[in-house]
Design a protein around this ligand. Structure first.
Ligand code: P6P
Length: 339
C-alpha cells in the first residue's frame, strides 16, 4: 500500500530536480511530463489490448520492413500528439516513420528540444503478453529557428539532455535520467500517478546473467562465440556458469539486467554486420542510462555514446551492462578480431 505522505510523484521529482539547474525555465520539466502523459494513455490500451480490437497488424510495414502492429501505430500517434501539443519539442525521429516529423507550426517551432523514440519496442511480443516498452531520448535542437530538422536529431549520445524508457510489464514503470543518476517510477493505476519506487538505480558491480539470442550463434563473430562459452564455464569464484535470460524485448531485458546484474548482447552477425538495434533511438538512450547507472555500453569496440549517427535508422552492434562484464566481452572481441 502506498501511503500518500511517503511518496514522491514523478511531477514533484522533476520539479525538485529542475531547481538544481539554475537556468532551467521549466521546458524540460513540461516535456518529460508530456511523455509521461502519453505513456499512461498507451499503458491503458496495452492493458486492454486483449479485450479490444487493437491486437494484430495494420497490414503495413514500417521503414524497417517490420510488420506494423496496431499498437505500434497507436503508441506512435499518442506520443507524437502529446509532444506536438506540448510545444516543447520541434521535431521527432521515430522507429515508425522513415523521415523526421518536423513541427513547423507557430506554437511548436519554438520548442528547444527534439525527441528520438521507439514508441513501442518489442511489439512482436504483444500477442504473447510479454513485457514491451517505449524508449525515448531528448536532445537540445542545434538549429536556431523553424521546425526541427534531421541535423537536430543526428547527434551522438554524449549530447543527450535526457533519456529513458517505459516498461509495460507486471507493473508499468518509467525510468529516466537527465544526467544526474537514474530513477524509476511505478505507475499507481488506481490514481494514474507515477510514484518514485526505485531511487538512484545502479548496476551491481558485476552480474551472473547474460542475455543474447543464441539462435544466431553460428552467425556471431568468433569473440562473441568464445564469450558465450566463457559464460558457460564452471568457475565458482566468478559465479560461472552464468544464467541465460533472454526475453526478446530490449527494454525488458535491460531493465532486469539493471536491477539484477547482467549483460545484454546484440552483436553484428554475418547476416547483419551492424546488428539489429537502431543506434539513435534504441542503443544511445539505453547506453546513456547504463552509464548513468555506473555501467558501460559499446559496439564491441567503441563507446556507443560517442558514435555520431549518419542516418536516422542506422543499426549498431550493442553490448550493455556492468562495466566489468562489457569489458570482458570487448577483450574477447579484440583477441579474436579477424583482420
Ligand atoms: P531478436 C524487438 O523486436 C527488438 O527490436 C528488441 O526489443 C529486442 O531486443 C530485439 O529486437 C530482439 O531481436 O532477433 O532476438 O528477436
Amino acid at each position: 500500500m502506498i501511503h500518500r505522505n511517503k511518496i514522491t510523484t514523478l511531477t514533484e521529482f522533476i520539479i525538485q530536480r529542475q531547481s538544481e539547474y539554475p537556468h532551467a525555465k521549466g521546458a524540460l520539466t513540461r516535456l518529460l511530463n508530456d511523455i509521461a502523459t502519453a505513456a499512461k494513455i498507451v499503458n491503458r490500451e496495452i492493458n486492454a489490448a486483449g479485450l479490444v480490437d487493437i491486437l494484430g497488424t495494420v497490414g503495413k510495414r514500417n521503414i524497417q520492413g517490420e510488420t506494423q502492429k496496431k499498437l505500434d501505430v497507436y503508441a506512435n500517434e499518442m506520443f507524437i500528439t502529446a509532444l506536438k501539443g506540448g510545444g516543447e519539442c520541434c521535431a521527432i525521429a521515430s522507429e515508425e516513420n522513415e523521415k523526421v516529423i518536423s513541427f513547423s507550426n507557430e506554437f511548436s517551432e519554438k520548442g528547444k528540444y527534439v525527441v528520438a523514440m521507439d514508441p513501442l519496442d518489442g511489439s512482436s511480443n504483444i500477442e504473447a503478453n510479454v513485457s514491451i516498452g517505449t524508449i525515448f531520448s531528448i536532445y537540445k535542437r542545434v538549429t536556431e529557428v523553424g521546425g526541427g530538422t534531421q541535423s537536430d536529431l543526428l547527434q551522438p549520445g554524449i549530447h543527450l539532455t535526457a533519456a529513458g524508457y517505459v516498461i509495460y510489464g507486471s507493473s508499468t514503470m518509467l525510468v529516466y535520467s537527465t544526467g544526474k543518476g537514474v530513477n524509476g517510477f511505478t505507475l499507481d493505476p488506481s490514481v494514474g500517478i507515477f510514484c518514485l519506487s526505485h531511487p538512484d538505480m545502479r548496476f551491481p558491480e558485476t552480474g551472473k546473467i547474460y542475455s543474447i539470442n543464441e539462435g544466431n550463434y553460428i552467425y556471431f563473430p568468433e569473440g562473441v562465440k568464445k564469450y558465450i562459452k566463457y559464460c558457460q564455464e564452471n568457475d565458482a569464484p566468478t559465479h560461472r556458469p552464468y544464467t541465460s535470460r533472454y526475453i526478446g524485448s530490449l527494454v525488458a531485458d535491460f531493465h532486469r539486467n539493471l536491477i539484477k546484474g547482467g549483460i545484454f548482447l546484440y552483436p553484428g552477425t554475418t547476416k547483419q554486420p551492424n546488428g539489429k538495434l537502431r543506434l539513435l533511438y534504441e542503443c544511445s538512450p539505453i547506453a546513456y542510462l547504463a552509464e548513468q547507472a555506473g555501467g558501460k555500453a559499446s559496439n564491441g569496440i567503441n563507446r556507443i555514446l560517442e558514435i555520431e549517427p549518419k542516418t536516422l535508422h542506422e543499426r549498431s552492434p550493442f553490448f550493455v551492462g556492468p562495466r566489468s562484464m562489457v569489458e570482458t566481452v570487448e577483450t574477447f572481441m579484440r583477441q579474436n578480431h579477424k583482420k
